[in-house]
Design a protein around this ligand. Structure first.
Ligand code: CAO
Length: 398
């Protein structure tokens, strides 16, 4: 058996550090890489792991001690046969018996994450360091807000299940005045769904500008007599359905273990802004409706959404969505796909622009649109073709 003195390693820039945790006691059997002590400098907490399999024979320090590089903090007993990988041994092939070897691993070799001010045990720190988890984002539920293994597990679980990550209120409360408001249930659910979509679907967005001058003329004419007010959105729904019929992979869902379900029905979701958050009611079998009926459906569903009257069936079964910011502005935005759908059309504010047609300067109304699509199902060339088709259909008018 050999006894090895374990010394405080090179501390990098830090002059001295405090021992904030001793993770072992005399007689403990350790495996290589098990944490022995945790040091904390002004900038970071650093775990000093064991370089050996062995038994702790002595501990020379206590929590709260201030230590410098080279201070012996423990003695470990190891098997004679264990290979000792220290810098000394590499240069001294005839080491004396019993060998007194120094742990000279420098702090820069120890993974170091800023855990200062964190109340967590060594096991939690070790896992957090390995998984590069910032413990400051976790609210501890233990004594003195200590982060327990359970807290860490819950955090990892919530991160991997794509729930949105929220900052801890405590970490932000010291910077100025603030007011805390509860997110509505709709916003919370929306946050979860949007995060899941954004983090699990490889989104690509394709932008285009469409000349809606003809449609605007036809709309103005129809609105003179129509009881239902037509907005550009009803035209977009009609024309989008034609494009979906031409390019069925945009009306699809990715299902099972990699199958594309091409839907032969056309249920168009319309994003509606309500004071409690965004809702996406669905115009069912929109392909069977004429433009006035589509406009009526939009008005009816938007009204229900704003007055909390939507039923579950109004919100399910969509095959493609349109999010129209319309008059609210913007020259473009990247809409987030509404799973299990695989694409969504975002509509920004139309504007009148001077346009050179031959040698004539004419006025045109140009509508910026953006198509976000799931790149696992749709590739860029498909999106280009879909958008060109949609553009030419819209530019023809109804
Ligand atoms: N550019 C310029 N003007 C537009 C336009 C556009 N792209 N789209 C609509 N308009 C005009 C309409 O013609 C109407 O003008 P007039 O009264 O002069 O005819 C006016 O803007 C208001 O239209 P509207 O918003 O009442 O009707 P709509 O059919 O365009 O939209 C609805 C209905 C429910 C989609 C809309 O009210 C809404 O809630 N939009 C928000 C959706 C949203 O938040 N999307 C973002 C999601 S990502 O967070």
């Amino acid at each position: 058996m050999k006894e090895i003195e374990l010394k405080v390693p090179n501390l990098g820039e830090a002059e001295d550090t405090e021992i904030i945790e001793i993770s072992v006691k005399k007689g403990d059997k350790l495996n290589k890489n098990d944490p022995i002590i945790v040091l904390e400098s002004e900038k970071a907490a650093m775990e000093v792991p064991s370089d050996y399999d062995g038994t702790i024979k002595d501990i020379m320090v206590k929590e709260g001690d201030s230590v410098k590089e080279g201070v012996v903090f423990a003695v470990i007993e190891i098997e004679e046969t264990e290979k000792i990988k220290t810098k000394e041994e590499k240069t001294t092939s005839t080491s004396p018996e019993p060998a007194i070897i120094t742990n000279t691993q420098s702090i820069s070799e120890v993974t170091s994450i800023d855990f200062s001010g964190i109340n967590a045990g060594p096991a939690v720190r070790k896992i957090a360091r390995e998984l590069e988890i910032d413990l400051k984002k976790i609210n501890g539920s233990g004594k003195n807000a200590m982060i327990t293994k359970e807290d860490l597990k819950n955090y990892i679980h919530s991160s991997t299940s794509n729930t949105p990550s929220f900052a801890s209120l405590d970490s932000l409360k010291d910077f100025g005045e603030f007011k805390v408001e509860q997110l509505s249930k709709i916003r919370k659910l929306g946050a979860k769904n949007l995060t899941q979509s954004w983090t699990s679907i490889p989104h690509v967005t394709h932008f285009e500008e469409i000349d809606i001058s003809i449609i605007e003329e036809q709309r103005a004419e129809l609105n003179k007599t129509s009881e239902t007010k037509l907005t550009p959105l009803s035209y977009l729904v009609m024309k989008t359905i034609s494009a979906l019929q031409e390019f069925p992979q945009f009306n699809a869902a990715l299902v099972g273990e990699g199958e594309i379900m091409l839907r032969k029905y056309f249920n168009i979701g319309i994003a509606v802004d309500t004071k409690d958050g965004l809702l996406v009611p669905v115009i069912k079998e929109a392909d069977k409706l004429n433009i006035t009926e589509v406009a009526n459906e939009i008005i009816k569903l938007a009204d229900k959404a704003k007055n909390k009257k939507l039923l579950e069936r109004n919100l399910s079964g969509g095959t493609f969505s349109i999010s129209s910011l319309g008059p609210m502005g913007g020259t473009g935005f990247t809409p987030i796909i509404n799973p299990p759908e695989v694409a969504i059309l975002g509509v920004s504010r139309a504007k009148k622009v001077p346009f050179l047609e031959g040698d004539q300067l004419v006025e045109k109304t140009i509508l910026p649109v953006a198509l976000s699509y799931d790149h696992r199902v749709i590739n860029g060339a498909d999106a280009g073709k879909f958008m060109n088709f949609l553009k030419s259909e819209i530019e023809k008018g109804i």
